[in-house]
Design a protein around this ligand. Structure first.
Ligand SMILES: N=CN[C@@H](CCC(=O)O)C(=O)O
Ligand SMILES: [Zn+2]
Length: 413
């Protein structure tokens, strides 16, 4: 099956040579071809170039993109889209003055979602989650990471991870699964955190490994959740089963969570709304990808991750949604890219690099997605007619995506 896309106004994020990730000043460079063609063969990117260099040939399908641009699909490296129900009552409670922390301390928050999820069947959870996955694909997401962490019992954590496995089997989008048993301390272990950590290490992890349900391991390393020493212990246990760390750190407090994550060669450290100079220095010494989640800052009215400080220090940065029922009930990467430009002072080039190629790195998918490169999956989106790629973040809140392709197949209209 061959497909030819012609008269592309601008083909965005074209990388002839394989690039693992982009950092510092490189992030300002977004390679493109104006007036381009793109050839897809059997679900992979086969060729591209300027229209004037297109050779005569026959194709199974020919699509005219006059006035429209093509970008690789967004790579959303941090989500919690497998959850049951919603938490709109907590949203109203916050409007009426309660803080996110106060709601959690009153038994709301993650524990509220865990209760709902424990009471939901695997079939129903799958249906709710698949709907969210389809919703974000239409918004241009073409690779995604999904975490557990709203189960908090052996059975419910396995249920979440089995749902993720089923999504992997049933959809064309590449999905990575992360085990986040250490997301909160369940009520049953309120006065026995060590008991819960032992449950994670001695019961959950062996079962997850036996069914091959996770690629990564995560911990919510934060005051009131899991300490640095506990994070250390859980990441060490995960590594014995080959799970690579991706860690929630520095959302509300800087407590050396970055340092311990880097000691464990974490693939990414995510949130970073609070980032000290010492944290920054530690990041500079590592391969670990910093990940910012601007929709979470927007929804909770907490500080935005200091993107300028990170990029100007020569580091890479990834943007992801954090789609979850409590802090970010939105999986719209277009909004993330726009908010990064508007609130974090990232240029459109930086934001697009952060949401594509660097997002792919943050999921260990840089060989498959994140750029228009020969041999990668044909996961890309065609925009509506737009004047420039900068129009995507500029025109925030508007849907500029016309069609999404996953492995060369139309995933939306
Ligand atoms: N911070 C920890 N976990 C999620 C939110 C969890 C929730 O409120 O349900 C996050 O990444 O923001
Ligand atoms: Zn999260």
């Amino acid at each position: 099956m061959t497909q030819l896309f012609i008269n592309i106004k601008e083909l965005i994020q074209v990388r002839d040579k394989f690039v693992k990730k982009v950092s510092g000043k490189e992030m300002k460079i977004l390679p493109t071809i104006k007036g381009a063609f793109l050839i897809i063969k059997d679900g992979l990117i086969f060729d591209y170039g300027k229209m004037s260099d297109l050779l005569e040939s026959t194709f199974d399908d020919k699509i005219d993109c006059t006035g429209k641009m093509i970008l690789p699909t967004w790579c959303d490296s941090h989500t919690h889209i497998v959850f049951a129900g919603n938490r709109e009552q907590e949203f109203v409670d916050r409007i009426n003055g309660l803080s996110y922390e106060e709601i959690a301390n009153n038994g709301g928050g993650i524990l509220n979602s865990a209760k709902k999820l424990q009471e939901t069947s695997e079939e129903d959870l799958y249906i709710q989650s698949a709907k969210r996955l389809e919703e974000v694909i239409i918004l241009g997401t073409g690779a995604i990471e999904i975490k557990s962490g709203y189960g908090l019992t052996v059975e419910a954590e396995l249920k979440m991870l089995r749902v993720i496995k089923k999504l992997k089997e049933n959809y064309d989008i590449p999905i990575k699964a992360t085990f986040l048993g250490a997301h909160a301390i369940p009520n049953k272990f309120k006065n026995n955190k060590e008991g819960y950590i032992n449950l994670i290490i001695n019961e959950m992890l062996p079962k997850i490994a036996a069914e091959d349900l996770a690629d990564f391991i995560d911990v919510f390393c934060e005051v009131g959740y899991f300490s640095v020493d506990e994070t250390d212990k859980i990441l060490s246990a995960g590594k014995k089963y080959g799970l690579i760390p991706k860690v929630h750190v520095n959302q509300f407090n800087s407590i050396d969570g970055i340092e311990i994550s880097i000691k464990h060669k974490a693939l990414s450290v995510d949130h970073l709304e609070v980032l000290s100079d010492t944290d920054l220095k530690v990041l500079i010494s590592a391969e670990t990808m910093p990940v910012a989640l601007p929709s979470c800052s927007y929804f909770l009215s907490i500080p935005y991750t200091p993107a300028r400080k990170i990029i100007d220090a020569g580091l890479p940065l990834t943007l992801a949604t954090d789609y979850n029922p409590g802090s970010t009930p939105s999986g719209n990467m277009n909004f993330v890219v726009a908010t990064a430009c508007i609130k974090m002072k990232m240029t459109p080039e930086e934001a697009i690099n952060a949401a594509t190629i660097n997002g792919a790195f943050a999921m260990n998918l840089e060989n498959k997605v994140g750029s228009i490169t020969k041999g990668k999956f044909a996961n890309f989106m065609i925009t509506k007619e737009i004047p420039s790629f900068g129009f995507i973040p500029y025109s925030f809140g508007n849907n500029l995506i016309e069609t999404v392709y996953l492995k060369g197949k139309k995933a939306s209209n």
